[in-house]
Design a protein around this ligand. Structure first.
Ligand code: HEC
Ligand code: HEC
Length: 326
């Protein structure tokens, strides 16, 4: 089965529309401008329990692995394997060719070159090690200090794999987008020191839905020019272009508890759990089902219980796999 662009599809669509919207007159000398961003005081540890929880986040709810492995490994990921995070997944769109970096600790081609502060800064504040703004593929700015530490600890624990990854190759349009639109994005409020423990609680579910699992990022309608939310959070309706078959597109479901149109209204908790355990179903879907299939059952129940508490929104998104409209 051909695999997907995940949210890469969303960011790619936004960059393409932004690039097409008349940005060409700008001062291109600004595309490589740098930004100040604080270095969070987060340090990796080799504590085995912390490393193991970090691995759970990276391959499970936070689905980092689907971007930081080449596409050729996505079937292995779907099958529950843990291929190393060697990077090399590449997306080519009008603004440029974007390469996902190698996250193994190789000292020349991976994160062995980076300090913990640099790694924490790109995740929390969207500033790359060289000071440029990160292309906004990652929206984990609100993750807790303890989760950030667990993720860094897992990344540092991996065996190093040498795999040189080029920097992004930007076209004229891409430079225009970077010069004008892309600024580092930090957390909306001070992130918590710790996140709620794995347990079927509403608090844990809220954290997974909004931060770690990124459900809100995909299950909310967003502007294609700057990514801001234009629909009700979790009410679905975001369109995702399909990388392998441009004649179809996926549309994210309404997850609110509306009894007629929302998943948390239409499905029982057990059906929701069973769907997550089942893993990928629609070939090419943008949703990282293979990662979410690894979630602890308590985490899946937590998400459902949280979804039951949000305001129901009546929004019939129609078939979630359909002929492309744009
Ligand atoms: C949707 C795709 C996507 C997902 C999911 C994703 N990343 Fe990334 N990541 C990227 C891209 C693209 C870059 C390069 C950003 C840039 O250079 O503008 C990057 C860069 C990084 C870097 C900087 C590497 C370096 O050499 O400085 C780190 C660290 C990182 N990601 C960690 C993570 C972790 C941890 C997760 C999960 C919590 C994650 N990423 C999830 C796409 C993704
Ligand atoms: C990268 C984008 C993305 C992320 C992240 C994402 N989803 Fe989805 N989701 C989709 C798309 C697109 C569909 C429709 C296609 C499909 O069913 O695979 C979907 C479908 C669903 C469905 C409906 C399945 C069905 O059979 O009708 C559920 C339930 C769901 N998502 C829940 C979640 C939850 C909970 C999270 C967070 C843990 C989440 N999604 C994160 C994009 C995403």
């Amino acid at each position: 089965v051909k695999r997907v662009m995940l949210r890469v599809g969303l960011v790619a669509a936004i960059l393409v529309v932004a690039a097409g919207s008349g940005l060409t007159g700008v001062a291109l000398t600004r595309w490589d401008r740098t930004f100040e961003g604080p270095y969070p005081a987060i340090e990796a540890t080799d504590d085995a329990a912390v490393v193991e929880y970090g691995r759970y986040l990276v391959y499970g709810p936070m689905h980092c692995a689907y971007c930081h492995t080449p596409k050729s490994q996505h079937e292995a990921l779907d099958a529950g394997e843990t291929p190393p995070l060697v990077g090399g997944y590449t997306v080519t769109i009008p603004p440029g060719t974007f390469h996902m970096p190698n996250l193994t600790p190789d000292p020349e081609t991976g994160i062995g070159r980076r300090t913990d502060g640099e790694l924490a800064r790109i995740l929390r504040h969207g500033v790359r090690a060289d000071g440029r703004a990160a292309i906004p593929f990652m929206e984990y700015q609100g993750m807790s200090d303890s989760d950030l530490r667990a993720v860094l600890s897992y990344l540092r624990s991996q065996p190093p794999v040498r795999n040189p990854i080029p920097d992004h190759e930007l076209t004229f349009l891409g430079k225009a987008v970077l010069a004008t639109m892309i600024r580092p994005k930090g957390p909306e409020s001070t992130p918590p020191a710790t996140s709620p423990p794995v347990a079927p609680t509403v608090e844990r579910g809220r954290y997974l839905a909004h931060v770690a699992g990124q459900c809100v990022a995909c299950h909310t309608e967003r502007s294609l020019t700057d990514g801001r939310f234009i629909g009700a959070p979790l009410a679905g309706g975001m369109h995702f272009p399909n990388e392998t078959d441009p004649s179809i597109e996926f549309v994210s479901s309404n997850l609110t508890p509306d009894p007629e149109t929302g998943i948390a209204g239409l499905w029982t908790e057990d059906r929701f759990v069973a769907r997550f355990k089942a893993g990928p179903a629609l070939p090419g879907s943008n949703m990282p089902w293979g990662a979410f299939a690894r979630m602890e059952e308590a985490d899946v129940r937590a998400i459902y219980r949280y979804l039951r508490t949000v305001a129901p929104v009546h929004n019939d998104v129609g078939p979630t796999r359909r002929e492309a409209t744009r």
